[in-house]
Design a protein around this ligand. Structure first.
Ligand code: NAP
Length: 299
């Protein structure tokens, strides 16, 4: 339980509602900032402005998956107010306060460091990334169905990258009956692809491997689907780029060649906000309970 722990949930989207629900269930004191338009009146949580909350009692701050933008603004769909997380806010919290965010950027990391507080990036964790790959794959299937006129079954799919998302994508498309080849650069990845019953290829050979595919799904966050690669694809190829913005595709060239290329960020929050929220809520509550029990032992 989180009895006696004060958690400030600052901004977010529908996923954050699952987090709030879980925190209340675990008996934390929950302050909501950036939720003034939320109809769902959570009993056990109170709504505040960032400047009026008693920060010195705050033991944890929960930011949205996106963290802040480069100016410190926190996105929220439940309020029109502008929320800017500043060093002075963090400095005013309990000295052991931990900030939990999906991802970070230079502003957020620097501000937290200057305030001498700890940052936990949830999406960096393997467990969160692997759980999140499930709704990501479902969203990818949805996009491929929407944007092609062929079945996934017996289609030729190239997946780029065998990381946490790439592995789930490759396995699921193969399970749906697609012919899946996977491009990677590490020999252990090529071995794993072969072990999975799929066709491995080295990324050095990407240009020649795409000449007969129907769909290319990218998970590598560097410019990898270059103009040269696109020029070798059949003109009806669909590219779904899952890599974080700006993706790994030369979208300008794809458009020029008339190849449909879609950047598809944030699929878990789009196709399954409840599940995506529960994934965050489960891992976050585990981390908070560990943090809480360390504090209890110290007292
Ligand atoms: P990951 O586990 O780190 O996998 C990244 C993959 O990219 C690995 O196979 C890695 O191979 C490869 N890679 C990285 N740099 C490379 C390079 N310079 N050359 C060749 N290969 C390279 O990451 P993940 O969790 O699978 O996520 C993949 C991407 O999807 C990320 O950008 C993530 O933000 C994004 N994502 C998007 C969604 C969405 O909804 N669209 C959802 C979740 C994640 P090596 O091991 O050889 O480096």
């Amino acid at each position: 339980m989180l009895t006696g722990m004060h958690v400030a949930v600052v901004g977010g989207d529908a996923r954050q509602l699952e987090v709030i629900r879980k925190l209340i269930e675990l008996d934390a004191k929950v302050s909501l900032i950036g939720f003034d338009q939320l109809d769902d009146g959570f009993i056990g949580a109170t709504k505040h402005q960032l400047d009026e909350i008693e920060l010195k009692t705050v033991n944890a701050i929960v930011l949205p998956i996106s963290g802040t933008n480069s100016n410190g603004e926190v996105e929220t769909i439940f309020s029109n107010e502008k929320i800017v997380l500043k060093e002075q806010h963090l400095k005013a919290t309990d000295s052991n306060c931990v900030v939990y965010s999906g991802i970070s950027n230079a502003y957020l990391s620097k501000t937290i460091e200057k305030a001498n507080r700890k940052l936990v990036q949830l999406l960096d964790r393997d467990d969160v990334a692997i759980y999140n790959s499930i709704p990501t794959v479902e969203g990818t299937i949805m996009m491929v169905i929407q944007h092609t006129d062929i079945t996934i079954h017996r289609s030729k799919v190239a997946v780029l990258g065998l990381g946490r998302v790439g592995m789930s994508v490759a396995r699921t498309f193969a399970a749906l009956g697609a012919y899946v080849k996977v491009g990677a650069r590490k020999s252990e990845h090529l071995a794993r692809i072969m072990e999975m019953g799929l066709e491995p290829f080295h990324l050095n050979d990407l240009e020649k491997e795409v000449n007969n595919i129907d769909v290319c799904i990218n998970t590598i966050p560097i410019p990898i689907i270059t103009a040269n690669v696109i020029s070798r694809m059949p003109s009806n190829t669909l590219i779904v780029d899952l890599a974080s913005k700006p993706g790994g595709t030369d979208f300008r060239y794809a458009e020029k060649r008339g190849i449909k290329a879609l950047l598809a960020p944030g699929l878990p929050g789009i196709v399954a906000p409840k599940t995506a929220g529960q994934i965050i809520a489960n891992v976050l509550s585990q981390l908070l309970m560990e943090e809480h029990s360390i504090r209890e032992e110290d007292h």
